[in-house]
Design a protein around this ligand. Structure first.
Ligand code: IVH
Length: 669
């Protein structure tokens, strides 16, 4: 191939990357896509193909490289060109007005000062360096002077452009962007739910989750975390002159850098105070946490004249909101035992209203946290709800101490089964093999909607089944007799039959769901799915080594070791054997992309003779297809059983292909 062709190819690849980054911005930053997902996917595939065929054209700044890089041993230190300062705080209006007076006094002026007011986002400050428009280094704030090089982690965040859009405004030679990496409250809850399901300790709040995710040595883990950025300032800029902070914020989006939608330019401190009250009211309804507003002098020449004092700029101020906190008394500290045996200390408190709800329990997370706070039973404490998550204890009011408070120690024996408790890092774990609390937790997890989905098997019933000795292991569920259920408290014939039916119905499941249901430490829903897609047969798992498992994308040494250990365990093997004997049938996974129904969407209407509705859905999904509950243009096939409903009419209206049960059977083979 001649040089010309290579040049043309190079330009083509560059244009594709620019184009993809632009659509990425329309999609993730503006939420206003201009093209369909399919068109976007086509562009990505074309780029992937070109890069594969021409390895010399590969670049870490290609949108194909947002997937994460090999894990690091440690982070390198990056020295910030200009220090990343911190902000001085104000807690009431007088202090905010004092700031305005100070600014005027320092400038020797009585003119109104124009400010920019912004939400103070509760996340982690980072710096992004763009050289000639390309992201070269991303770092944490660190101590303000030296930060950590987390470039490969930041590259996985979709709202961070890998190259600036240069359609309207050329990129400066050097642009240092500063912003806050955050996790939304709903995404945070979802993340914690998944962690708890995988037997991992939950994060205390969205900020900790963001900080912990950004500082991962393995960027493949960071990639799976729902991180986002809002950009709020600059460090060093070479090749572009800004006059005001507002101009910077207005220019950012043109380069593809996301700014917060609630920023406002205010003509006086009074307008800033109005903004503060408005944001304080809006706060509850924002999807992410903010703990105040930041006020910045708009004109950059004035900022320069004001300078800084003791690591804080004289031209900016954080005006904090009153926290949603209350004081109450700790009546007791109890210990909960989870399905992995993890012990969680929980404070039982005199009930108080906090942000509109009555609370009487707060998590103390772990013993380290109890030591850090020095909490004792009988203490009066300050509690808060961080972004309406679980309430937590923030501080002990030591002045209220009487001397009768009692220190708490994690028990050395499990409070439920009496077995030994061992400490692993910050987690205390009951290692009892027959701990009823663990068993109850395991059954609850096994039967849950996202696992085996046994409808009606709730906490109260599980308690009875375990306490009466009817269930000693998840496999026992499939051997329960209706009479045994009827003999339980408050169990009528009809409900007993419903439970038996639900258990029966749960027997056919895709392998991924089953692996998740087993509750293997560190194996959450997604990991289980990935494992099943890679190793389609359950029996494979009895022979897999840690190395085999590590071949699966996104699976590291911790997960591999845990899976191997689980399938080596004699009790677990026996349990799986008994599940199989009882008729638990696993649908082998063909992998999402590989399955013969990949990319196809099915809807079912009417009754099928050979399959239950869920069974049919599971079958489709195990072959790589998707199912929907209503007919739309996106649906490829409508499978028509006996007595079809209105879905059939809709399918005909839209001209969607219909299949009889026989045709469907043939299709899935
Ligand atoms: S400006 C000199 N703007 O607050 C200006 N900071 O204590 C310093 N923060 O580490 C930063 N939202 O993590 C600025 N809109 C905003 C902010 C913000 C949150 C955080 C940032 C910084 C800390 C300053």
């Amino acid at each position: 191939m001649g040089d010309m062709a290579t040049d043309a190819l190079k330009r083509k690849v560059e244009r594709l990357r620019e184009e993809i980054e632009y659509h990425n911005y329309r999609y993730y930053v503006l939420d206003q896509p201009e093209i369909s997902d399919a068109q976007y996917d086509r562009m990505m595939r074309e780029l992937e193909k070109l890069e594969e065929e021409n390895p010399d054209l590969r670049s870490p700044n290609s949108p194909t490289q947002r997937v994460g890089a090999p894990p690091l041993e440690a982070f390198e230190i990056v020295r910030h060109t200009l220090p990343m300062l911190s902000l001085s705080n104000a807690f009431d209006e007088n202090e905010a007005r004092d700031f305005d007076k100070r600014v005027k006094r320092f400038l020797g002026s009585t003119d109104k000062i124009v400010y920019v007011a912004e939400p103070k986002l509760d996340g982690l400050a980072v710096e992004l360096v763009y050289e000639r428009g390309f992201l070269t280094i991303g770092s944490t704030r660190g101590d303000g002077v030296n930060g950590e090089n987390i470039t490969q982690n930041l590259r996985t965040i979709k709202t961070i452009p890998l190259q600036l859009i240069r359609k309207e405004i050329p990129a400066p030679d050097r642009l240092e962007v500063r912003g806050e990496v955050i996790i939304r409250i709903d995404k945070f809850k979802e993340l914690n739910r998944k962690r708890e399901e995988a037997g991992e300790p939950p994060f205390a709040n969205p900020r900790n989750a963001a900080a912990g995710s950004v500082r991962q040595l393995d960027s493949k883990i960071t990639r799976q975390r729902p991180l986002e950025i809002y950009c709020y300032g600059v460090g060093e800029v070479i090749g572009k002159n800004f006059k005001t902070h507002w101009e910077i914020l207005q220019t950012f989006p043109k380069w593809g850098l996301r700014t917060n939608p609630h920023i406002r330019r205010c003509q006086s401190i009074d307008e800033v105070l109005d903004y503060y009250h408005e944001m304080n009211e809006r706060r509850e309804n924002l999807p992410y946490e903010i703990d105040g507003i930041v006020i910045k002098v708009d004109r950059l020449d004035l900022q320069t004249r004001l300078g800084e004092i003791s690591r804080s700029p004289r031209w900016a101020l954080a005006f904090k909101f009153a926290p949603k906190q209350e004081t109450t008394k700790i009546l007791d500290i109890v210990v909960q035992v989870g399905r992995t045996g993890a012990l969680t200390p929980v404070a039982v408190m005199e009930p108080v209203r906090l942000g509109g709800v009555e609370v009487s329990r707060a998590t103390l997370h772990n013993q380290d946290e109890i030591d850090r706070l020095d909490v004792k039973v009988g203490d009066t404490v300050l509690i808060q709800r961080a972004g309406d998550v679980i309430p937590e204890v923030v501080q002990v009011i030591t002045s209220k101490r009487k001397g009768t408070e009692k220190a708490f120690r994690m028990p050395s024996k499990c409070p439920v089964c009496g077995a030994e408790v061992v400490k692993e890092e910050v987690i205390y774990r009951c290692i009892g093999l027959d701990c009823p609390a663990q068993l109850k937790g395991r059954i609850k997890h096994f039967a849950s909607k996202r696992a085996m989905d046994i409808d009606g098997l709730g906490v109260k019933l599980i308690d009875q089944l375990v306490d009466k000795g009817l269930v000693k292991d998840v496999a026992d569920l499939y051997y329960i007799k209706k009479d045994e259920l009827i003999a339980l408290e408050r169990m009528a014939d009809k409900s007993a039959q419903n439970i038996i039916d639900a258990i029966e119905k749960s027997k056919t499941k895709p392998l991924g769901k089953f692996l998740f249901a087993l509750g293997i430490l560190h194996v959450g829903e997604t990991t289980a799915e990935d494992l099943a897609n890679h190793f389609p047969r359950l029996d494979d798992f009895f022979h897999l080594s840690e190395e085999d498992l590590m071949e699966v994308e996104g699976i590291g040494p911790e997960v591999s070791a845990s899976v191997v250990q689980f399938f080596k365990d004699k009790k677990n093997r026996e349990s799986i054997e008994r599940l199989k004997k009882a008729g638990v049938k696993l649908i082998e996974s063909k992998g999402k992309e590989k399955g013969k129904l990949a990319g196809k969407t099915f809807v079912f209407t009417g009754t099928l003779k050979s399959y239950g509705r869920d069974e049919a859905r599971n079958l489709v999904e195990s072959l790589g297809g998707t199912t929907a509950s209503s007919v739309s243009k996106k649906v490829d096939f409508v499978v028509v059983g006996e007595d079809p409903g209105s879905k059939l009419d809709k399918a005909r209206d839209l001209g969607i292909k219909t299949l009889t049960e026989e045709q469907f059977k043939k299709m899935i083979g």
